[in-house]
Design a binder for this molecule. Structure first.
Ligand code: FAD
Length: 363
């Protein structure tokens, strides 16, 4: 299996080989105190424990595709998750449960499940990063999210200094969130997914994907067709990593879609009366989820909008903030994010929240 994670290169913007820019898809982030690469669950635990014992702060980093690291870097120990492997741990006539090591590249896993006729991850094709990071923000796209198939997460608890398996019901999965996000406590070592034995995808829930596949919403399609269509749609939006395409030098969506209560949603509709109905989806209870991309665009920050230092909105997707020039600093990116957040707030009264994890920086 190829090593898909970023590695330091001599051509990196910062000559310091410990610069974390080399390990992030944004190609941003200052130096690390120490970097340790761990290739098994045992090595990950040992590296985290040893660093803790030395009094070092610890940053667990895998694909670096959902982090914004400050220009001053991270002064403690960065543990790179590079464990590999997957195995079937349970099966019956209809399902198979696979246990996947945290460092396994996510899209390699999705490709393997599609090839094996295991249904449940196909719409999550093309998402960068590691398998162990998928529970962190309950990764989702095109109508699927990992919370639907994860049955348990094996994690090292840095407080209790024990390793245990946490049942999915206790992971606190929510829209782009879980108990693991913004928590230093847990280190994910492996993840169990229960998948259906089926040559067909789950019902296609996302209208754009259904259109691309030429089917009605709710229909099923061959797994390989779903995977190919998702990858094509994503590539058109710069949402599949491509070293030759600077619009993919991002963390994917920079802001989550705001989830509003009725009063906030009514205020938004008033303020947007001249623009038509804001695109939205029903949220839990009486809540409404609104398109962040629409808010950003209508507030005057369209595709390609350039901020300071070469930080810019992707030319392919309004929600992706990019290091298009390759020379932008984290301060430049954060300044652009603040400008957009404040502009949307002024125009629509809605506060946008960042989706990636911010490390030694803030917006
Ligand atoms: C082009 C592009 C498209 C994207 N599209 C999507 C999308 O469609 N949907 C979506 O949900 N996300 C998307 N993302 C975001 C990102 O790919 C996912 O969140 C991915 O799961 C992050 O994995 P990673 O290994 O790169 O995590 P990292 O960036 O290395 O880490 C992210 C966070 O998780 C923590 N972490 C990582 N591994 C572990 C572990 N083993 N134990 C404990 N903590 C850990 C880190 O400390 C950090 O806080 C996209 C990103 C890019 C660049």
């Amino acid at each position: 299996m190829s090593d898909v994670y970023a590695q330091p290169t001599t051509g990196a913007r910062r000559s310091d080989v410990s610069a974390l820019a080399s390990y992030t898809t944004l190609r941003m982030g200052g130096p690390a105190g120490r970097i340790v690469s761990a290739t098994s669950a045992d090595e990950i635990v040992r590296a985290v424990r040893d660093a803790g014992a030395r009094g070092d702060a610890v940053l667990v980093l895998a694909g670096g595709s959902n982090v914004v690291i400050g220009d001053d870097g991270f002064p403690g120990t960065v543990v790179l998750v590079r464990s590999r492997g997957l195995r079937v741990v349970a099966e019956d006539a209809d399902t198979v449960t696979v246990r996947v090591e945290a460092g396994e590249p996510w899209d390699d896993l999705v490709a393997a499940t599609v090839a094996n006729g295991w249904s449940g991850l196909e719409c999550l094709s093309g998402i960068p990063g590691s398998t162990g990071a998928t529970p962190i923000q309950n990764v989702g796209a095109y109508g699927q999210e990992v919370a639907e198939t994860i049955t348990g997460v094996e994690a090292y608890d840095r407080v209790e200094e024990t390793t245990s398996r946490i049942a999915a019901a206790d992971c606190g999965f929510a829209y782009r969130g879980s108990i693991f996000k913004y928590s230093d406590r847990w280190v994910v070592l492996s993840v169990d997914f229960r998948l259906s034995r089926s040559p067909l995808s789950g019902p296609v829930r996302y209208a754009e994907l259904a259109r691309a596949l030429g089917v009605e919403v709710g229909n099923r399609v061959p797994l390989a067709d779903a995977r190919a269509a998702v990858r094509t749609l994503r590539a058109g939006k710069g949402m599949v990593l491509d070293p030759t395409d600077p619009d993919t030098r991002s963390v994917g969506s920079f802001f989550t879609n705001p989830v509003l209560d009725r009063a906030a949603y009514d205020l938004l509709r008033d303020r947007a009366a001249d623009l038509g109905e804001p695109p939205s989806w029903p949220g839990a209870g009486d809540m409404v989820k609104v398109s962040a991309a629409w808010l950003i665009d209508k507030a005057g920050y369209g595709k390609g909008y350039a901020g300071p230092g070469g930080a810019a909105i992707s030319r392919k997707h309004t929600l992706a903030l990019t290091n298009r020039s390759g020379q932008a600093s984290t301060a430049d990116l954060v300044a652009l994010a603040r400008e957009i957040r404040d502009g949307v707030k002024t125009r629509f009264g809605v506060t946008l929240h960042p989706e990636p994890v911010l490390i030694n920086t803030t917006i």
